[in-house]
Ligand binder design. Structure first.
Ligand SMILES: [Zn+2]
Length: 374
């Protein structure tokens, strides 16, 4: 009997030690697994029991000030786009011109002109032979031509550091807003009432070292700007170039796309807006960057409600439009959207109706009215 008790006790001791051992092993194992998950594979699912709001249509009809010709001027695709715009409460879409995609401004006018009131088209500059003596005259005549055809403005220009990338000839031509020959053209654009939509720089993470301290590492790496290329402006230089141009041409309207790629530093952006009343921003394609600090972003909207345009710059899907409405209108929190390229979650801004009205359409209408009086 005694022997049997000893055997039972030994078995119990073995089992309990085994459990402790297994528990320790499970923790070690899970830590090892967690340590091996790469940030690029991080795809968390929110576990919070909090409101999830689906906004089918915005509170007010929207004027989207930043989109592109995602259809290659195809009639069927444009008709489909108009249907989606109807379903999603988009009154008018501004379609930017990019010479590098190969379609002429005239083709865009023809294709989108079939829907009066639903689209506005923007033209681009042609830098061919910019060194020739007559370039400024040609550039201005081109703007007159486009304006006569119905161009709303010039854009989208893109300068991430190498100069305008979206016009002919492309990338690497080092044509910045501070190019001496641009000055008379920028001035003329203001004179004939063509605003300039320009994408300056990129979100700051694209200029930071790609290391374990980079706050926006994944997207930062995807869209890294290589400022070591000869002649490339760094983030500060390209921003200074933009601000100087805006100050030098106070009668020309500059719309800095994507919050001027400065949504990580609202005070710095605010200082530029305070100094340059001719500068506006659009919110296009920066939901991910701005919704990580929803309260600071909301304060920016509150202070600069008259200077912000709605924009998307992100295709034509209903889901895309509705994601932006949700971010602007609701107070939803901790929203994951891996398609935006960051590892963090988003929180919505809960903007009041008075601001929504301005951003959705009032500011765009006001600008159109102002331009029509030039
Ligand atoms: Zn764009």
């Amino acid at each position: 009997m005694k022997k049997l008790i000893y055997i039972l006790l030994a078995t119990l001791l073995f089992v309990s030690c085994g459990t402790a051992e297994q528990k320790k092993d499970a923790q070690t194992l899970s830590r090892e697994i967690a340590g091996e998950i790469l940030l690029k594979d991080f795809d968390p699912v929110s576990i919070f029991n909090i409101p999830t709001t689906n906004i089918e249509k915005p509170k007010y009809g929207v004027i989207d000030m930043h989109s592109h010709d995602y259809t290659d001027c195809n009639d069927e695709l444009i008709a489909q786009w108009v249907k989606t715009m109807d379903e999603c409460g988009i009154r008018t879409t501004h379609v930017m011109h990019c010479e590098w995609i190969g379609l002429s401004f005239e083709q865009m006018v023809e294709a989108y002109g079939k829907y009066p009131g639903r689209f506005e088209v923007w033209c681009s500059l042609d830098y061919t032979d910019i060194e020739a003596d007559d370039w400024e005259q040609r550039a201005m005549a081109h703007l007159d031509h486009c304006k006569a055809l119905g161009a709303f403005g010039i854009g989208e220009m893109v300068d991430k550091g190498l100069g305008d990338e979206y016009a002919r000839p492309v990338k690497g031509t080092h044509i910045h807003l501070d190019h001496p020959k641009m000055q008379s053209v920028l001035e003329y654009a203001g004179k004939i009432g063509l605003p300039l939509s320009i994408h300056v720089g990129e979100p700051i993470w694209m200029y930071e070292p790609i290391d374990n301290h980079n706050d926006g590492l994944m997207n930062g790496a995807n869209w890294k700007v290589d400022t070591t290329v000869e002649g490339c402006y760094d983030y500060d230089e390209v921003m200074e170039c933009f601000a100087n141009a805006a100050k030098a041409h106070p009668n020309t309207i500059f719309i800095a796309c994507h919050y001027l790629n400065m949504s990580h530093d609202w005070p710095r952006l605010s200082a530029i807006l305070d100094e340059c009343p001719n500068v506006y921003v659009d919110i296009a394609a920066r939901v991910a960057e701005a919704s990580v600090t929803p309260r600071a972003t909301r304060r920016f909207f509150e202070k600069y409600a008259d200077r912000i345009f709605y924009g998307t710059d992100n295709g034509t899907s209903a889901e895309m439009y509705r994601t932006v409405f949700r971010i602007l209108e609701t107070d939803d929190e901790h929203i994951y959207n891996p398609s935006f390229g960051y590892h963090w979650s988003y929180s919505a801004y809960d903007l009041p109706d008075s601001i929504l009205r301005k951003v959705y359409y009032e500011n765009a209408e006001k600008l159109a009215k102002k331009l029509s009086n030039v």
